[in-house]
Design a binder for this molecule. Structure first.
Ligand SMILES: Nc1ncnc2c1ncn2[C@@H]1O[C@H](COP(=O)(O)OP(=O)(O)O)[C@@H](O)[C@H]1O
Ligand SMILES: CC(C)(COP(=O)(O)O)[C@@H](O)C(=O)NCCC(=O)O
Ligand SMILES: [K+]
Length: 254
């Protein structure tokens, strides 16, 4: 039934609720027309404005691993045909995760985007957000899982919150590899720690899967892309583009 109403000429609103921020984009066909990032307190107002500014939006696709007020979902439902991505969604990959019900929806959306947008290749998706997630999909479209580690802000905050003496710092490119002060030691530990972690993961995957496409995304992707030596595709919008792709896939395969 849904198919009869679906019209690809209309605009699509994609919304992803992460643990730090909400990301939204408006697509016309496959072209991203508009995007924004905001915190959940701003969500209702921001989304109302998007519907006002883009009256052609008829459909929305939504994924969340964070907290969102019910009134935002009600607004989406009232203003568009809402497609909520969940573990019940028909995904384009075979899921070998041992606990599929507890797998983050954002990770399933990323794995879907990689499957649909980078066909027939081994793919590793690295999302540097609140957490850094690693997700691996084989060339045969089998999702095997990956890894979860703390993101930049979590590391800076943990060092401050769980010690008596360490200050709370925010992300900065370390001036010295060998930290020669408290601040530069923290920056070196957090930034070089994450860079070495990511390089280490990529190298380990490449030992097992020589031909590997690596996609880097998330709030810290741009910063990281400047620092990673391995060949990667850095795309801050990959989660939103993946939401657009899984939306059309679920409709076409309903
Ligand atoms: N204005 C900002 N507010 C919060 N975090 C930001 C901002 N700009 C960059 N970041 C970085 O983005 C990361 C969160 O990324 P994001 O992709 O928004 O996370 P999530 O998907 O988990 O909500 C934080 O670790 C932080 O280092
Ligand atoms: C690992 C995450 C917290 C990452 O969240 P994010 O950094 O994207 O906000 C999220 O994908 C999640 O809640 N996962 C559930 C556990 C799992 O994926 O196995
Ligand atoms: K993440």
């Amino acid at each position: 039934m849904y198919l009869c109403f679906h019209n690809k000429e209309n605009m699509l609103l994609a919304i992803d609720v992460g643990n730090t921020r909400i990301k939204v984009a408006v697509f016309e066909k496959h072209t991203l027309l508009f995007q924004d990032v905001f915190v959940k307190e701003e969500a209702r107002k921001k989304i109302e404005n998007i519907f006002k500014n883009f009256s052609e939006i008829t459909e929305s696709v939504f994924s969340s691993v964070g907290k969102i007020e019910n009134d935002v979902l009600e607004l989406l439902q009232k203003s568009s045909r809402l497609n909520v991505i969940s573990s019940e969604t028909n995904f384009p990959f075979e899921n070998k995760y041992a606990t599929p019900k507890t797998l983050g929806v954002d990770r399933m959306v990323l794995a879907s985007g990689a499957t649909l947008l980078y066909p027939n290749q081994n793919r590793l998706i690295i999302d540097a957000g609140t957490c850094i997630t690693y997700d691996f999909v084989t060339a045969e479209d089998v999702y095997l899982g990956g890894a979860i580690s703390p993101g930049f802000r979590l590391r800076y905050e943990a060092l401050h919150n769980y010690t008596a003496k360490l200050p709370l710092l925010t992300l900065e490119q370390p001036e010295h590899f060998i930290g020669n002060s408290t601040d530069s030691s923290i920056h070196s530990g957090v930034v070089n720690g994450i860079i070495n972690e990511i390089e280490g993961f990529i190298n380990r995957y490449r030992e097992q899967y020589q031909v590997l496409t690596v996609i880097l995304t998330g709030g810290d992707a741009e910063f990281l892309a400047k620092n990673i030596k391995n060949t990667i595709f850095a795309n801050s919008n990959f989660l939103l583009e993946s939401l657009e792709a899984i939306h059309h896939y679920t409709i076409d395969n309903d």
